[in-house]
Write a protein that binds this ligand. Structure first.
Ligand SMILES: Nc1ncnc2c1ncn2[C@@H]1O[C@H](COP(=O)(O)OP(=O)(O)O)[C@@H](O)[C@H]1O
Ligand SMILES: [Mg+2]
Length: 326
């Protein structure tokens, strides 16, 4: 299951992603955690020291390796240089599975121990001014998008992406790559306005979008969120002393997290799991092709000097069953 946490900076995306990752890991499920946020803090939120987090390999710096591996023997993709962030898989492409070992994980993922369970952590690497453009060829999140477009994940396997709700993700199609998107919103006008913008983009693509209210203190906060986002409000999380203790560098055992917050994490998992039945690989593939054509026309063809539209394998549909036989 592919799950994104988006929202305004400071709303609590990283905090809630990290709690959700800990929650999933505690169930014994395999988890890949991905930090694609402008502010790279997921590593420390999962308990790494700043030094250890700084040593994590940056996906953004390993794009040639990622592209070469995923391209495999796909004859429609002449070289890694002509592979852009939206280039879809086709016959001959290599796919990624959550549970396997592969050269992409070897290069980009590192294990993080969480109360006995280990998750794999991948990070885009720090963002610069140039990364925040709309259609950047070398986009940091492009590495994540490529991986998601080549990933055949099943039920009870999780990829959790801590992500910014920025223009980069809307231009490329990144925001359509998830089974469910959790929009973290504080009960404020700014928090809610990010939700409205996201909802607007999401509408045309059938995105499953749910709001997680964060730093919700009282019934006035709750009423405000209910009035502003209606049925899209899934759960709320209050101030957490557990989180505060972790921020002081003294993380308590995860099973000591406050009961209401644990219940909220379970509700997030239930909502994510429930989307499995509605999965549509055909639509998933069609949307990646849609965004690839859009990117090819608007900048990719000009930038690479190739006809990127020819990379689309017309009969190809990404699907889980391929995972079992390929
Ligand atoms: N539920 C919470 N309880 C306590 N502190 C929180 C909570 N949610 C977020 N915070 C704190 O708020 C700050 C911003 O959260 P963060 O997750 O880094 O936001 P984002 O990733 O959206 O920018 C952090 O210092 C974090 O510890
Ligand atoms: Mg963050």
């Amino acid at each position: 299951m592919k799950i994104a946490f988006v929202g305004k900076g400071g709303s609590g995306k990283t905090t809630l992603s990290s709690l959700f990752i800990r929650h999933l890991a505690a169930t014994g499920a395999p988890v890949i955690a991905v930090d694609a946020d402008i502010n790279q803090h997921l590593g420390p939120a999962l308990g790494l020291t700043e030094e250890a987090a700084a040593r994590l390999p940056a996906m953004g710096a390993r794009l040639p390796l990622i592209k070469d591996y995923l391209r495999g023997s796909n004859s429609r993709i002449a070289s890694a240089d002509t592979m852009i962030k939206t280039t879809p898989p086709g016959e001959g492409s290599r796919l990624l599975r959550v549970r396997e070992n592969n050269p992409v994980y070897d290069a980009c993922a590192r294990p993080v121990e969480l109360d006995g369970a280990a998750v794999r952590l991948m990070v885009t690497g720090p963002f610069t001014e140039a990364d925040l453009g709309v259609a950047c060829y070398h986009s940091k999140t492009g590495a994540v998008e490529l991986c998601l477009n080549h990933l055949v994940d099943g039920r009870d396997e999780y990829v959790v992406v801590d992500m910014t709700a920025g223009s980069d993700s809307f231009a490329s199609g990144m925001f359509t790559r998830f089974d469910i998107t959790f929009l973290v919103a504080e009960p404020t006008r700014k928090g809610v306005s990010v939700y409205r913008q996201y909802k607007e983009y999401a509408r045309d693509f059938g995105i499953a979008l749910k709001v997680v209210g964060n730093k919700v203190r009282d019934s006035d906060d709750l009423d405000y969120l209910r009035a502003e986002v209606g049925d899209d409000l899934l759960v709320t999380v209050g101030h957490s002393d557990w989180v505060r203790a972790m921020e002081k560098g003294r993380p308590p055992r995860f099973d000591l997290l406050e009961a209401p917050n644990r219940a909220s994490l379970q509700a997030l998992q239930d909502a994510a799991d429930a989307t499995y039945e509605r999965r549509d690989w055909e639509r998933y593939t069609r949307q990646m092709v849609h965004f690839h054509l859009k990117n090819a026309q608007s900048w990719g063809n000009a930038r690479t000097g190739a006809d990127l539209e020819a990379q689309v394998d017309p009969g190809y549909v990404l699907q889980e069953s391929v995972a079992a036989t390929a």
